[in-house]
Write a protein that binds this ligand. Structure first.
Ligand code: MG
Length: 258
């Protein structure tokens, strides 16, 4: 009987230590889960790289390529024949010179984030698809329409902020003709198999003047004017701006490859 006491004490002590140890272990587990998240996925091992933002959200961040800084067209070429871009440059902007042709970046891109500012002419000429028509083409094929949709009506999937002939903008957030507007575009390039068949369609998100107008929509193919959209396999390609015969202005264009 007397010998049993120390044994019981020993058992109690061991049990208490076990409980303490388990509690501590559980505590550590809870802390770890809080740090890494409760999900089944492993925590990322790579730290996100540092990027210095621009002075304002419309200014280029440190990892962007500035495609147009208001000074010259050295990053651009004629989209058709590769000769020098012949649009006018003055007072910090470029302006379409009618019939000189579309212009395209010399550098090619795939997935990207693109910032473009544009203004349609203050003097409104024509109606429908006429006033201030231009366009921002991703990969030279997929057009985000530029148009004066403040003063002029047209088919909805052809107005400003549309993916031309495919998607109308979610809202019409157009500013008055002559005023500067912006597009912030997030673009995912299409993928093709070895036979040239599209395996992943392009996707695009567009904010016009800071407001969402295209929400991660799937592009059906080249944005033709005169035939249904379809894909023709291609690799990386230029950003293209359209000469539709109107003196539309552009400024502060930058891009981040993703
Ligand atoms: Mg256009």
């Amino acid at each position: 009987m007397e010998r049993a006491k120390p044994a019981r004490l020993k058992f109690k002590t061991l049990a208490a230590i076990s409980v303490l140890t388990m509690t501590a272990a559980l505590g550590v587990a809870v802390v770890c889960q809080t740090a890494q998240g409760p999900g089944p996925f492993p925590a990322p091992k790579t730290e996100p790289p540092m990027v210095t933002p621009g002075k304002s959200d419309s200014d280029a961040p440190s990892d962007a390529i500035v495609l147009f800084d208001g000074k010259d067209l050295s990053k651009w070429r004629n989209a058709n024949d590769g000769s020098d871009a012949k649009w006018a440059v003055k007072d910090g902007y470029m302006e379409v010179v009618a019939k000189t042709g579309d212009i395209a970046t010399k550098e090619v891109f795939g997935d990207c984030q693109l910032h473009v500012e544009w203004a349609t002419p203050a003097v409104v000429k024509g109606e429908g698809q006429e006033p201030g028509n231009s366009g921002v083409f991703l990969m030279e094929r997929y057009e985000v329409q530029v148009l004066d949709s403040y003063s002029s009506k047209t088919y909805y999937h052809g107005q400003a902020g549309s993916i031309y002939k495919q998607y109308a903008p979610l809202v019409n957030v157009s500013r008055k003709p002559g005023e500067w507007q912006s597009y912030d575009i997030i673009f995912k390039a299409p993928k093709f198999d070895e036979q040239g068949k599209v395996t992943e369609r392009a996707r695009i998100t567009v904010l016009q003047n800071g407001v969402l107008v295209q929400n991660n929509v799937e592009i059906y193919g080249n944005t033709w004017n005169d035939r249904p959209a379809f894909y023709i396999a291609h690799g990386k390609a230029s950003i293209k701006l359209q000469d539709h015969g109107n003196p539309v202005r552009y400024r502060n264009i930058w891009i981040r490859s993703l």
